[in-house]
Design a binder for this molecule. Structure first.
Ligand code: GDP
Ligand code: IMO
Ligand code: MG
Length: 422
């Protein structure tokens, strides 16, 4: 009957999709609880790479329910595109995919507002994915949003027009039009498609599963440092990305949560603007970017790369109550003679701290590093943790000591099979 929650501990793209796919067969349902098409979760198996944006990462397992929870913001056009692609790849999602009627709808005008507000920010741009995430969550909190369930009402079109008029009034002071006319026919045809899917009160569906003793895996999107409250505000996304978000984003009570899986890369990346103390702007950063193929799954933007940041990880582990760590992309560091880990920050006042200072102070901190020897061997073909080189084992022991949480999975290539359990 428990719910386990899987979250990213950094700035997203830690490899959450891969691990959800790997763990899914031990669950009865996989449920997304926040975010939307800003997410890009990559799964690779049988030589094929799949990128999911709004569809839960359990979709390739036909016996598992896949639930898009109420905390999600859903773009019907993107969603239809994803499902059509899955159909073309022979995946039948018609029986095991459910969408919460309480999830919020992303309208073309939300995407327009995202673009207009980013343009207006000049050199303080968030670096948004421009998928309409911020404006849609703003409408939700402002109690004027349209929900998936509203598409079943006879006055949906009138509600849509009211929302667009509201958005036009927000855009007016920027002297910008929404310019959405060319997208509206497609939006309404995608809404028509959405009406044919299994729209449900997924909070009941999930709680009924728990009552029957079934197991649920809650799939987080983004990462803890992009959380609306605890991330590097304002350079964050607009949802609760931490484990607690699974309760409000799915309608499950805190007492149902058992394990919390914290996903982290063996180094660190960020896409978009905002502080990143361990960022490497030199050839080492470029070497990580090339070895890790660090280009965004959603926008294709090059990801900013740097060394692992332990003050930030300790903070994320605390906020999420992480019970086990999964260390991703260890193989990306195969070619490095030395590996560095930031253990502390030196603040502007000269103090050394193991904690994460306020986001406003992060640009002024200097990371304090410990250097460890690299393992200089090819990890990508390994099938068992007994084969791990001793310098990698020392790195794992070091991280476990610093973070006080066991590392249960080490991932050594994008493929499903390259997942080593400890
Ligand atoms: P997510 O958003 O957290 O699901 O992560 P993304 O899919 O956006 O980014 C992770 C990228 O790393 C994807 O291209 C994955 O295929 C890839 N990846 C995942 N695990 C590993 C690994 O252990 N090694 C390598 N080299 N790539 C990995
Ligand atoms: P997954 O689930 C990495 C970043 C954007 C931007 C900020 C706000 O694949 O890990 P938004 O479009 O949400 O308003 O953008 O958050 N961002 C992500 N970065 N991975 C993601 O998702 C992200 N989703 C949003 O780049 O800096
Ligand atoms: Mg991603």
């Amino acid at each position: 009957m428990p719910v386990d929650v899987l979250v990213g501990l950094q700035w997203g793209d830690e490899g959450k999709g891969k691990i959800v796919d790997v763990l899914a067969p031990t669950y009865d349902a996989v449920a997304r609880f926040q975010g939307g098409p800003n997410a890009g979760h990559t799964l690779t198996f049988d030589g094929v790479k799949h990128v999911l944006h709004q569809v839960p990462s359990g979709i390739f397992h036909p016996h598992i329910l896949n639930i898009v929870g109420n905390g999600v913001v859903l773009d019907p056009v993107v969603f239809r595109g994803e499902l059509q692609k899955l159909t073309a790849r022979g995946v039948d999602w018609s029986h095991n995919l459910y969408i919460s009627k309480k999830a919020q709808l992303i309208l073309p005008s939300h995407r327009a507002l995202d673009r207009i507000s980013e343009e207006a920010r000049g050199n303080t741009k968030i670096g948004s994915t421009l998928k309409g995430i911020g404006p849609t969550y703003s409408d939700k909190i402002g109690r004027v949003g349209l929900r998936v369930g509203h598409i079943l009402l006879p006055d949906f079109e009138a509600r849509y027009k009211e929302a667009v008029a509201h958005h036009a009034s927000i855009a007016a002071p920027y002297k910008k039009g929404l310019e959405i006319e060319e997208f509206e026919a497609d939006f309404f045809s995608a809404v028509e498609f959405l009406r044919t899917l299994q729209l449900a009160d997924t909070e009941y569906l999930l709680n009924d599963l728990l009552t029957q003793g079934k197991r649920v895996l809650a799939e987080g999107a983004q990462g803890s440092l992009l959380d609306i409250d605890f991330g590097t505000y304002p350079y964050v996304t607009s949802s609760s990305t931490i484990a607690a978000g699974a309760c409000t984003g799915l309608g499950i009570a805190p007492r149902h949560i058992d394990k919390v899986f914290g996903i982290t890369k063996a180094y660190c990346t960020r896409v978009g603007s905002g502080p990143f103390p361990t960022e490497l702007l030199d050839e080492v950063g470029e070497q990580i970017r090339q070895a890790g193929r660090e280009f965004g799954s959603t926008t294709g933007r090059p990801r900013r790369c740097g060394w692992i940041d332990l003050p930030a990880l300790r903070y994320a582990i605390m906020l999420n109550g992480v019970t086990e760590l999964h260390l991703m992309k260890a193989d990306v560091l195969d070619g490095f003679a030395e590996i560095r880990a930031c253990t502390h920050y030196r603040t502007a006042t000269g103090e050394s701290t193991p904690r994460l200072p306020d986001p406003g102070e992060l640009d002024a901190v200097t990371p304090e590093y410990l250097t460890l020897p690299g393992w200089h061997s090819d990890l990508t073909q390994l099938t068992d943790t007994t084969q791990l080189p001793s310098n990698l084992l020392s790195y794992l022991t070091f991280l476990e000591h610093e973070l006080q949480v066991p590392i249960r999975i080490v991932s050594v290539s994008p493929d499903r099979v390259s997942t080593l359990y400890r």
